[in-house]
Design a protein around this ligand. Structure first.
Ligand code: ADP
Length: 643
């Protein structure tokens, strides 16, 4: 909870001038509002002192408007009292408008800043975090929870919380100054109420924390099923899915109902207490007037104050309920933003583990460059000189890896060296660990043991989650290319947003995407992605290849990038890739792609079962590659075309 409070304070801090101004305006507005009953009281007393409030003459009753035109007959003291009353009205109304504007603005600015901060921290989290955290939950915290916070902040500062507390206190103080005895009557009900209020805050924050969690689950469920709607419909599961969603949502509803019930009780009890107070006040105060100890105006003022108190207290009660709700939401947000407060993600231990080993990897770096036998062949790697010469050397040194939160090693002591410009093809049965090896090279995960060197330098540790693959000179085409909303040109220049038109065009041509892009309604300006023009799997693949080629990086990681392409396109792209000087790590299913690689590594069960050139592997008696090619056991080679 400390973290949550700290986060709120930190987020609010840059707006302290606005906050201070709002509070000042609030205090002024409350002063004018509290002066209102006094002004009413004064009007009454003036009326009475001028002989009013006595029995009206019969003529006046018959025609209440007679004599109203004679302004000169209005006594000055009465005019003054009325002027004061209207000044209070005007000033408090303007003050209210200002406070309402400022507090709403404060809430919006708070939410805006918090969302920015949330997105910034979320998107830089390590892959392991995303493996263990449902996206819907993240989206819910970014939207639902922040919304609750924004609304509560505006409400608490401007509308109910602070204002009502000030008003109640001010009204009590004014009654006390005027009629200490009556203040005691008014005060008698507050201890009871404050106990009630405390329990509301505590209980409702707990309920709301859980409720928001359930809401997040429902959101996650809905967005996942909607994004897979084809599967749902093909398997005729619409009814089942809708039912499951309804069940999830109704558990949230049940919690909300509990919250509402709770709020209702508090509201009712609060009002009862307040009304009893009002009755006591009227009875006791009326007696004082009858005995001539206080004026009618004073009793009236005290009663209006008491009205303020009663309305104020129930506002405070409701507002504190909202505050409890906000605390629950704030806790959920703080878990993501404030490091170390995470209780939701099981990734935390894994992250710590990974960070620890990458630290040791970094520490070992200075010695390893010189002593490693692999580095001996490449003098540039040993020296501190920047890798300006032949670059793109990749080494896996006894790399061990398991996914955070799991217990089995997925990569077992991997040793592989790729010389600059070489193409390494990883082949092997599905689930063997090929994609994992690519992800490790890209720095998406940190190996628990061993290290990965690029041009003799260990991959920079992904301290704040960013893999720094681009920084090291790597580009990747990942499996299942997903496009983000935007134009074709934006898709291609995603890795280099300022890329020129020529660069985009060159990359598209190299990826053999130009032809189909030219056919699109607006060419490179066509919107694609979720809400844009639908593209085929192969077209998406070509765009994502162009996106990687545009970076002209020294290392390319390609994960089954040609799986959705026809044989001709595939061959064209293979030719392009061959013409590049980059070092390439290719995960391939087609023997046609594999065949052209300089080195082939057969990966099975997280180990390199055999490695060598195609010719070497074909020579290996009893070798797996040879067996696979000869028996045409292509279970893992999607199409043998071209081999
Ligand atoms: P391949 O690319 O050869 O098909 P992968 O590298 O995708 O193999 O998977 C290797 C193993 O790692 C599989 O057993 C798979 O279940 C597991 N695995 C893959 N991704 C994850 C993940 N994000 N979390 C946990 N286990 C994973």
């Amino acid at each position: 909870r400390g973290n949550a409070v700290r986060l709120a304070v930190e987020t609010l801090r840059p707006d302290w001038p606005l906050l201070a101004f709002t509070c000042l305006a609030l205090v002024a507005t409350i002063a004018f509002t509290l002066a209102f009953p006094l002004a009413i009281g004064e009007v009454f007393d003036v009326v009475r002192s001028q002989g009013g409030l006595a029995d009206a003459p019969a003529a006046a009753v018959a025609n209440p408007f007679s004599g109203l035109g004679a302004a000169s007959s209005v006594p000055g003291s009465f005019r003054t009292a009325l002027a004061k009353l209207s000044a209070c009205l005007v000033l408090s109304a303007s003050g209210n408008a200002l406070v309402s504007y400022c507090s709403t603005l404060l809430g919006e600015r708070f939410a805006h800043r918090l969302k920015g901060q949330l997105m910034e921290t979320i998107i830089a989290r390590p892959q392991a975090f995303f493996d263990s955290t449902p996206k819907g939950d993240l989206v819910a915290r970014l939207t639902l929870d922040v919304q609750v916070l924004q609304a509560t902040l505006a409400d608490f500062i401007g509308q109910r919380g602070f204002r009502s507390m000030f008003e109640v206190t001010g009204a009590l103080a004014l009654i006390a100054v005027q009629q200490p005895l009556l203040a005691l009557v008014s005060l008698a009900i507050t201890p009871l109420l404050s106990r009630l209020l405390r329990s509301v805050v505590v209980r409702s924050s707990a309920i709301i924390y859980r409720r928001q969690q359930v809401a997040a689950e429902a959101l996650q469920y809905a967005s996942e099923r909607l994004s897979q709607v084809q599967t749902v419909q093909v398997f005729a599961a619409e009814g089942r899915e809708a039912g499951a969603f309804e069940a999830l949502d109704s558990s949230g509803y049940r919690m909300a109902r509990r919250y509402a019930f709770f709020q209702g009780i508090v509201e009712g009890a609060g009002r009862l207490a307040v009304n009893v107070g009002t009755m006591a006040l009227l009875g006791f105060g009326g007696l004082l007037v009858i005995q001539g100890r206080i004026s009618v105006g004073a009793l009236l003022a005290v009663n209006v104050f008491n009205l303020f108190i009663s309305i104020g207290l129930s506002s405070v009660a409701a507002s504190l309920g909202e505050l409890g709700k906000a605390v629950g939401a704030l806790e959920r947000v703080a878990e993501l933003v404030v490091p170390g407060s995470s209780s939701s993600s099981s990734a935390a231990p894994g992250e710590a583990e990974a960070a620890g080993t990458s630290d040791s990897g970094a520490a070992a770096a200075p010695h390893a460059g010189g002593s490693s036998s692999a580095a001996a062949s490449d003098a540039a790697a040993a020296g501190a000189a920047p890798a300006a010469s032949a670059s793109g050397r990749v080494e896996f040194e006894d790399v061990w890896f398991k996914y955070p939160g799991t217990s089995d090693w997925v990569v077992h002591g991997l040793n592989l060296t790729l010389l600059p410009g070489q193409t390494l093809a990883l082949v092997g049965p599905s689930g063997g660990g090929k994609s994992t090896i690519a992800a490790l090279l890209l720095g998406l995960y940190q190996p628990q043991r061993g290290r990965i060197l690029v041009d003799g330098q260990p991959l920079p540790p992904a301290a704040d989650g960013s893999s720094a693959a681009v920084g090291v000179g790597m580009a990747a085409v990942l499996q299942q290319p997903m496009l983000m909303a935007g134009t074709v040109a934006q898709q291609i220049s995603y890795g280099k947003p300022g890329a020129s038109e020529e660069e985009v065009l060159a990359a598209a041509r190299a990826a053999h995407a130009d032809e189909f892009v030219q056919q699109l309604p607006q060419g490179y300006g066509t919107e694609v992605g979720e809400r844009g023009h639908a593209l085929s799997g192969g077209q998406k693949q070509r765009l994502s290849i162009a996106r990687a080629l545009l970076l002209q990086s020294k290392i390319l990681v390609l994960d089954e990038v040609t799986s959705a392409l026809d044989v001709t396109s595939e061959r064209c792209i293979s030719d392009t890739l061959r013409s590049l000087t980059s070092t390439k790590l290719i995960i391939a299913h087609r023997l046609s792609t594999v065949r052209r690689a300089d080195v082939i590594a057969v990966v099975e069960g997280g180990r390199v079962a055999e490695t060598g050139s195609r010719a070497e592997l074909l020579q290996l008696e009893g070798g797996m590659y040879r067996r696979l090619v000869h028996t045409a056991d292509m279970a893992w080679v999607a199409s043998g075309a071209g081999s």
